[in-house]
Design a binder for this molecule. Structure first.
Ligand code: IDP
Ligand code: MG
Length: 153
């Protein structure tokens, strides 16, 4: 099976009416959406999500941010999707991310950065398990998959 990653359109993306534009970036790239839900993340789930950052100065702040307002959580699937999604997102903070990336095009600060994407296969497996049951992830074929993923190298 192709690789999977967990993407979250964070509270500022929803509040700033950017859901459609951000989802479009991933769709246009050809990354397949295999699960999605719109939820408000409870504080304790946000703490588990960012557990690797526990003890860092920004930990409480980022937990507060993630739980502050509804989010769109998605699983994307494609070979190499973890790195492709991170490249589409750009560097962590909008004030440093390159133009052309999601964070670079839509953000200008360090407090809010619009989107989360898993950073390794291990964190993807952990994070997907936090938000989705296996049966909530839909395996299906896109009609244009041969053109999207076909090999003509
Ligand atoms: P990433 O989202 O690009 O993977 P991480 O280093 O994993 O970045 O940090 C997780 C999240 O914590 C970031 O997306 C950001 O919202 C927040 N964060 C990270 N470092 C800082 C910081 O120095 N100040 C404020 N927030 C931070
Ligand atoms: Mg990270």
């Amino acid at each position: 099976m192709a690789q999977r990653t967990l993407i979250i359109l964070k509270p500022d993306a929803v509040q700033r009416h950017l859901i459609g534009q951000i989802v479009s970036r991933f769709e246009q790239k050809g990354l397949k959406i295999v699960a999605a839900k719109f939820i408000q993340i409870p504080q304790d789930l946000a703490r588990r999500h960012y557990a690797v950052h526990e003890g860092k100065p920004f930990f409480e702040g980022v937990v507060e941010y993630l739980a502050s307002s509804p989010v769109l959580v998605m699983v994307l699937q494609a070979d190499g999707v973890i790195n492709m999604a991170r490249k589409l997102m750009g560097k962590t903070f909008g004030n440093e991310a390159e133009p052309g990336t999601i964070r670079g095009d839509f953000g200008a600060c360090r407090g809010y950065n619009l989107v989360h994407g898993s950073d390794s296969p291990e964190s993807a497996a952990f994070e997907i398990g936090l938000y989705f049951k296996p049966e909530e992830i839909v395996d299906y074929t896109l009609a244009d998959e041969d053109w999207l993923y076909g090999s003509n190298e």
